[in-house]
Design a protein around this ligand. Structure first.
Ligand code: SAM
Length: 232
């Protein structure tokens, strides 16, 4: 049997070209992050050959997924990340989105100030993501925490800590504690809706603590499970 070696770099370049042509990747920073973070290092090993198909992929038997590249690109463009920012992500999954964000806020690992704090409730995925992040040399810029991210991090602390907050799971609404932990002028982004369909929703925090809301596209995510998410 002849085993064909997959040219992941070529597949990565082709995917980025397609997402740009579709008008999904619009900024240089998101483009560079997609070109430099190897998605094949974050998918479950048995799906490696599908790493660059534009579709969500299962993360083993955990019932969770790594989101489709186009969905991740849409969210990253909306999040408008800047160098040196401090970002909270709820839903680490594979760690891929955390690595893309780390790439952007550290300007390709040149800037030391940016940091991603990412929270995952499933222990098996915490270990999986930590290994992926270590193998791709992002550990210095990403802290993975095991727990319920719907109560914020540090849990319940009512202090403005983050420039950006991203929830990569379907939530009924923006948890109040996450708005409290967002700085004024900061962005919170999440798929909001019921368990079957959501609208990607962006909130920009005003000085009085309320959010200016923008609703974007329809999407389908796995649920945010926890105190301020869905309770099963
Ligand atoms: N961002 C991930 C990536 O790049 O692979 C994909 C995230 S996946 C669509 C959603 C993740 O949210 C799942 O891994 C799930 O276990 C996690 N999750 C759900 N509720 C959570 C909660 N309350 N706190 C932390 N993680 C949660």
């Amino acid at each position: 049997m002849v085993l064909m070696k997959i040219d992941f770099e070529e597949q990565r370049r082709r995917l980025v070209r397609k997402l740009k042509e579709q008008g999904i990747i619009r900024s240089k920073s998101v483009e560079l992050s997609f070109l430099n973070v190897p998605r094949e290092e974050f998918v479950w090993p048995d799906t490696k050959n599908r790493a660059y198909l534009d579709m969500p992929l299962p993360l083993g038997n955990t019932g969770q997924t790594i989101s489709a590249p186009h969905m991740i690109a849409i969210m990253l463009e909306e999040l408008d990340l800047r160098k040196g920012e401090i970002v909270l992500e709820i839903g680490t999954g594979s760690g891929y989105n955390a690595a893309l964000m780390a790439y952007i806020i550290t300007d390709g690992k040149r800037e030391k100030n940016g940091k991603v704090i990412t929270i995952e409730r499933i222990k098996e995925l915490v270990t999986f993501a930590e290994n992926n992040i270590k193998r791709t040399s992002y550990s210095e810029y990403i802290k993975v925490i095991c727990g319920d991210g719907s109560v914020g991090y540090p849990p319940y602390e009512e202090r403005e800590i983050y420039d950006k907050v991203i929830i990569t799971a379907a939530a009924p609404n923006f948890p109040k504690i996450l708005i409290k932990q967002l700085k004024v002028g900061g962005i919170i982004l999440a798929p909001l809706g019921d368990l079957f369909s959501q609208i990607l929703t962006k909130g920009i925090k005003r000085p009085d603590g309320t959010l200016k809301i923008k609703r974007d596209i329809e999407c389908i995510f796995v649920p945010l499970i926890g105190e301020n998410g869905y309770n099963f």
